[in-house]
Design a protein around this ligand. Sequence first.
Ligand code: SIN
Ligand code: FE2
Length: 211
Amino acid sequence: MADLLSGLRPGESWHGEGVLHLPGFADAPVLWDALQPVLAAAPFRHLVTPGCKTMSVSMTNCGEVGWVSDRTGYRYDALDPLSGRTWPDMPDVFRMVARRAAAAFGAPDFSPDACLINCYEVGSRLTAHQDRDEQDLGQPVVSVSLGLPGRFVIGGAQRAGPKQAVLLEHGDALVFGRSARLAYHGVLPVKAGTHEMTGPRRISLTFRKAG
Ligand code: SIN
Ligand code: FE2
């Protein structure tokens, strides 16, 4: 991500209307409370990529299906491979914040069936990737951030090329879709710090319509 151009300011658009940053959009304490029983039923775990690398970000899910990666590939699965049970239900407050953010983006019919929950310890990062395991790429992806800030980087539909960074802080939402739906994106290594709610980590809730 050496060819990073510059930072986006709140409200500034990139990809035309394809990315929307909503600073301070979510009621973070309410989401945090609702997250705890989800984590008790489906704890964070480090997944392995098809290339047999262990991801630095640990993940879990709630909803009808969850995103999983293993040696055989990436997929949405109705069962948690760790427990063999279905994923915890998506809390209503999760669904509501996702729908509200999607509506602000101009996608009022967004109805997520999956919430991928990422946990970034200090130094963890997510390398540039496309979200393309969902069936209907006409639906956006909604990301809600809790805890330590994370620098989210987004480029175009090719891995190479100019990129923009946006600092996602506690309670921020970010929606990407339309012209940016297949944009490569990632999160730079999370800087050291301690957040009063989450401790030394960033947690993101990413909502998708998978099926
Ligand atoms: C993702 O790209 O799936 C997660 C992005 C984030 O953590 O905000
Ligand atoms: Fe992604």
